[in-house]
Design a protein around this ligand. Structure first.
Ligand SMILES: *[C@@H]1O[C@H](CO)[C@@H](O)[C@H](O)[C@H]1NC(C)=O
Ligand SMILES: *[C@@H]1O[C@H](CO)[C@@H](O)[C@H](O)[C@H]1NC(C)=O
Ligand SMILES: *[C@@H]1O[C@H](CO)[C@@H](O)[C@H](O)[C@H]1NC(C)=O
Ligand SMILES: *[C@@H]1O[C@H](CO)[C@@H](O)[C@H](O)[C@H]1NC(C)=O
Ligand SMILES: *[C@@H]1O[C@H](CO)[C@@H](O)[C@H](O)[C@H]1NC(C)=O
Ligand SMILES: *[C@@H]1O[C@H](CO)[C@@H](O)[C@H](O)[C@H]1NC(C)=O
Ligand SMILES: *[C@@H]1O[C@H](CO)[C@@H](O)[C@H](O)[C@H]1NC(C)=O
Ligand SMILES: *[C@@H]1O[C@H](CO)[C@@H](O)[C@H](O)[C@H]1NC(C)=O
Ligand SMILES: *[C@@H]1O[C@H](CO)[C@@H](O)[C@H](O)[C@H]1NC(C)=O
Ligand SMILES: *[C@@H]1O[C@H](CO)[C@@H](O)[C@H](O)[C@H]1NC(C)=O
Length: 428
């Protein structure tokens, strides 16, 4: 039975539809009585009825999603999510990743109106993963949502709580704006790991604006063939900062990350502001590397024969508070635990070039402004760091710029050798 409050809400939704300039068939998604009902069926059914040219409205209530949803055929749809989806589904596999919810299509506008929430019920996963011998790559640990083939679309006003693993993977997607998104993957019982805010792969023209991310891994990460990406007016806490990479996860395939613009971003207690990581892996490692583990446990570097590059990027007005490591880090030999071999850190074909960082201010706990460990085969070229003013809480200025194999830098001088084979945190 519908309660009066919900009737009022339904009436409101209908009224909105009637008064909108263009009539849209509207489907109001019914929620089951309690957590024993799987609302996934009602949700899929609403998208089937109204997902092409219509509107799908979620009431301000909790929906229990106990099975996976794979909804990739949307076309010109408006989605109003006032309530919360509590996801307890496990996962389906999609291009070597596991995910609980796949969504894709053309001209999709999802609006959470500041209250719409996707809750991954992640506390369970964070505890479970700690009990496993192989914490990094637990099979089937799902991403909260995967946008697959999403085009000309807007996603705004949503909150993501305690994602199972990565929050949002964005693949084969183009011209998507992701605005005013809050991600809070802070565990209630144990801390979370491998809970990236968002990852782009084989996607272009993706705009992140007004994001706030609390997590335990990459705040936002741009991987293989991500181009024309922007991040503006955002805040990242506790994670690793903005990650370009990891690159080099696909055997025999060239990978690029190009034309990235970042402006007005705050980094609170993150490890880095910006980092570039390269992995050259053998085929056997590929699927597990897609389930990229967190900082603690990186896998071995092995070189691929094909090239990769990260180029043409501008970072402007970055503000830090208690950064935990080098603000700008390049590492060509990121390692995951458990994998054999140490790799050769300076022989990768990964070329990083044309990067400009203008305005890097705030506090840090590391003396390193930059730690740039580049390849002897493909040196980093044209790396500018201008107007950097980082200091410890006692006012001492951070002044180290460690580097290896860097050419044509501007705005800074190398103050020492970077430690090859180590992370940029200083524990080499
Ligand atoms: C479902 O709800 C009941 C009653 O609130 C609660 O006791 C039970 O633990 C819940 N089950 C799950 C799987 O959340
Ligand atoms: C998801 O749906 C798409 C399109 O309907 C289909 O091609 C794909 O195989 C489905 N994926 C899974 C894992 O079910
Ligand atoms: C998935 O992984 C396999 C190897 O495990 C690889 O051959 C294949 O290219 C990958 N597919 C994609 C789409 O990345
Ligand atoms: C860890 O996971 C990988 C990939 O799933 C697997 O090949 C390996 O055997 C696992 N190791 C242990 C110790 O469980
Ligand atoms: C930014 O996003 C937050 C939600 O995380 C929202 O409350 C706020 O109004 C947004 N700010 C702007 C200027 O849109
Ligand atoms: C994030 O979640 C944690 C754990 O529930 C909570 O303590 C914290 O207040 C939340 N932060 C925000 C900004 O909502
Ligand atoms: C990236 O794009 C290039 C050029 O379009 C293509 O050759 C390569 O296979 C792509 N790599 C991946 C991992 O998709
Ligand atoms: C790593 O590769 C570089 C470039 O090919 C080479 O100069 C260097 O000697 C190699 N180092 C080791 C330890 O093999
Ligand atoms: C250096 O990189 C910047 C972009 O970060 C670009 O605007 C500039 O033209 C590059 N300089 C050279 C000499 O290529
Ligand atoms: C400020 O703190 C840093 C890091 O703890 C320390 O190395 C430095 O000596 C301190 N400077 C002064 C003037 O106390």
């Amino acid at each position: 039975m519908l309660r009066p409050a919900i009737l009022t809400f339904a009436a409101l939704a209908l009224l909105q539809t009637a008064t909108s300039a263009q009539y849209r068939k509207t489907c109001l998604v019914d929620a089951g009585e309690n957590n024993a009902t799987d609302d996934a069926l009602a949700i899929i059914s609403a998208f089937k009825d109204c997902g092409r040219g219509g509107r799908v409205v979620f009431k301000p209530t909790t929906y229990y999603v106990n099975s996976v949803m794979n909804i990739t055929w949307l076309d010109d749809v408006k989605v109003d999510l006032y309530g919360k989806l509590l996801v307890r589904a496990t996962s389906i596999h999609i291009v070597n990743q596991s995910t609980a919810f796949v969504l894709g299509g053309n001209k999709v506008h999802i609006n959470g109106h500041g209250s719409g929430t996707l809750d991954g019920n992640g506390d369970y996963w964070y505890e479970w993963i700690r009990q496993q011998p192989n914490t990094s790559n637990y099979p089937g640990r799902p991403h909260a949502i995967t946008f697959n083939g999403l085009r000309n679309s807007i996603v705004e006003g949503l909150t993501f709580l305690r994602s199972q693993m990565w929050t949002m993977s964005i693949i084969y997607s183009h011209y998507v704006e992701l605005d005013s998104i809050l991600v809070n993957n802070t565990g209630n019982r144990v801390s979370s790991s491998n809970t990236d805010g968002a990852d782009t792969i084989r996607s272009s023209h993706i705009k992140f604006n007004n994001w706030t991310v609390y997590n335990g891994d990459d705040s936002l990460a741009f991987k293989a063939n991500s181009t024309d990406i922007s991040i503006t007016n955002s805040r990242f806490f506790n994670g690793l900062g903005i990650a370009l990479g990891s690159i080099g996860q696909y055997k025999d395939q060239y990978e690029t990350v190009e034309r990235v613009k970042v402006e007005n971003v705050h980094f609170g207690n993150t490890l880095h502001a910006v980092s570039f990581t390269f992995l050259g892996l053998h085929a056997a490692d590929i699927s597990s590397s897609m389930q990229k583990p967190g900082l603690m446990t990186r896998m071995a570097t092995r070189q691929t024969a094909v090239g990769a590059d990260a180029a043409d990027m501008g970072f402007t007005n970055l503000e830090t508070a208690d950064l935990r490591g080098a603000a700008v880090a390049i590492s060509q030999c990121t390692r995951f635990s458990g994998a054999p071999g140490q790799g050769n850190c300076t022989s990768s074909q990964f070329q990083i070039r044309d990067i400009t960082i203008t305005g890097l201010k705030g506090t840090t706990k590391s003396s390193r402004v930059a730690s740039l460990q580049c390849s002897a085969v493909a040196p980093c070229t044209n790396i500018s760091i201008l107007d950097a003013e980082l200091e410890f809480s006692n006012g001492t200025v951070a002044s180290e710029y460690l580097c290896g194999n860097v050419k044509d830098q501007k705005g800074w001088e190398c103050t020492g050798e970077v430690c090859v084979g180590g992370s940029a945190t200083g524990e080499c």
